[in-house]
Design a binder for this molecule. Structure first.
Ligand SMILES: Cc1cc2nc3c(=O)[nH]c(=O)nc-3n(C[C@H](O)[C@H](O)[C@H](O)COP(=O)(O)OP(=O)(O)OC[C@H]3O[C@@H](n4cnc5c(N)ncnc54)[C@H](O)[C@@H]3O)c2cc1C
Length: 394
């Protein structure tokens, strides 16, 4: 394809990896973000994001996660700093695993594809992972090849890489609107009135997208999800060996979390319907209700953490599609515009492979995943099917 100028709007993980890949393919790339970078309000700017291949019966995501994991391992060597930590992920259920549930289907497919996994009973849970209430969680499995990425540090590292490859980074630049003329997108207008022209505009602003491009509200939704950091009284129970990353019957409770971090805190978050709002909303704060639900979950599941003091909280934003899949596609009504969004709260792990998918969408190259992530207005905006199911299970 003819090399062209592309503006990538948003320097969270999706924008940065897209900019890097487009630059590697020889395009002139301008990456814009209001900054400072990594942006403190971006979903990507966090201490940890889980990297797992368990995706129920969805083999597309599992295969993509496998490719991604290989590159996470390579990046640790290439960048000379361990940003991906393969400490394992424990998926437990409050009932025995059975066909149709997330844990069973994940276990089956991971086993079929040769992953290192281990079934975990109440007895093993009690002996090896003493923070857990083993009576409540009779069945599950440990995925030994899963881990977490230090996501904020990953973005910072990749921004440096993008700059060194010749991506023009415009920090302090805020997208205002598309510059459209003659039936196509010709570039963008910044908040300060400056126009930047380009052959293609990639919108990678995460949960800001329904507000930056209001027509996307027909199929994309921003939802705020609560995150807590707690300081345990007995930190020895929450080290990675005794407390790997966990999903506590996630499709029923929504809760998952991470072991003790460098700051001595355990991170607990909820993967649920969340609250629909703009990432810039003044209501962007954890509520009393969020806290009391989280405390109830802890007293049921990890009693030693139930009364631990909260050291920090955060509302982090998903960009939801109703079917739970990314939305990476050229806009059929606005030639020159490509949307790269719809992470649905699970997209960070794909950072090593996502840039190629976005670049293929820009270049109009065939890629089987672009069919899954295609422009699909038949999928109406709303909470993901997964979140709706989670409500039913509650
Ligand atoms: C609580 C929570 C937990 C999660 N856990 C996991 C996990 O365990 N594993 C996993 O794989 N994924 C997880 N995710 C999902 C992951 O965080 C996202 O897939 C990923 O961070 C999305 O990246 P992004 O680049 O699309 O958006 P963001 O990181 O939000 O970046 C968007 C960027 O756009 C910029 N921007 C906004 N407005 C403008 C504008 N007008 N002009 C220019 N730039 C603009 C922002 O400043 C920001 O830098 C989680 C998400 C949340 C919220």
């Amino acid at each position: 394809m003819k090399k062209q100028k592309t503006i990538v709007v948003g320097a969270g993980i999706n924008g940065v990896v897209a900019a890097i890949e487009l630059r590697k393919r020889g395009h002139e790339v301008v990456l814009i973000d209001p900054g400072p970078l990594p942006h403190p309000l971006a979903a990507s700017t966090d201490i940890s994001k889980a990297v797992r291949a368990a995706y129920g019966a969805d083999e597309d995501y599992m295969a993509l996660a496998e490719q991604s994991r290989e590159i996470w391992r390579q990046w640790n060597v290439e960048f000379g700093v361990e940003l991906y930590h393969e400490i394992g992920f424990l998926f437990m259920r409050q009932r025995p695993m059975q066909p149709g549930d997330f844990e069973y289907e994940s276990f089956k497919l991971l086993e079929q594809r040769g992953h290192r996994i281990q079934r975990i009973s109440s007895k093993q849970l009690r002996e090896q992972y003493p923070a857990w209430n083993a009576e409540r969680y009779p069945d599950g499995f440990l995925d030994l090849e899963a881990g977490y990425a230090e996501s904020g540090r990953v973005v910072a590292t990749l921004i440096q890489r993008a700059k060194s490859l010749g991506v023009e980074l415009r920090e302090n630049a805020k997208f205002w609107e598309l510059d459209e003329a003659g039936g196509r997108v010709k570039g963008i207008l910044l908040e300060n009135g400056e126009k930047i022209a380009a052959a293609t505009v990639v919108m990678a602003v995460g949960a800001w997208i329904p507000y930056a491009l209001p027509f996307t509200r027909n199929f994309l939704r921003a939802s705020g999800q609560p995150v807590f950091h707690l300081k345990p009284d007995k930190p020895e129970l929450f080290t990675p060996e005794h407390f790997p990353i966990f999903g506590a019957d996630i499709s029923t409770t929504g809760y998952y979390g991470f072991p003790l971090n460098r700051g001595g805190a355990v991170k607990i978050a909820n993967h649920g319907p969340g609250r629909e709002m703009s990432p810039d909303s003044p209501e962007r704060a954890v509520t009393k209700e969020d806290e009391s639900k989280m405390r109830q979950f802890l007293s049921d599941s990890f009693p030693a953490l139930a009364n631990s003091p909260i050291v920090s909280t955060r509302i982090c934003f998903y960009c939801d599609t109703h079917d739970g899949n990314f939305w990476i596609a050229p806009d059929p009504d606005r030639p020159g515009l490509v949307i790269a969004a719809g992470d649905c709260g699970h997209g960070f792990k794909f950072a090593p492979v996502l840039g190629e998918i976005v670049a293929d969408a820009v270049e109009g190259k065939s890629n089987p995943l672009l069919e899954k992530f295609r422009w699909r207005p038949e999928v109406k905006a709303g909470e993901t099917k997964e979140a709706a199911r989670f409500q039913e299970n509650r």
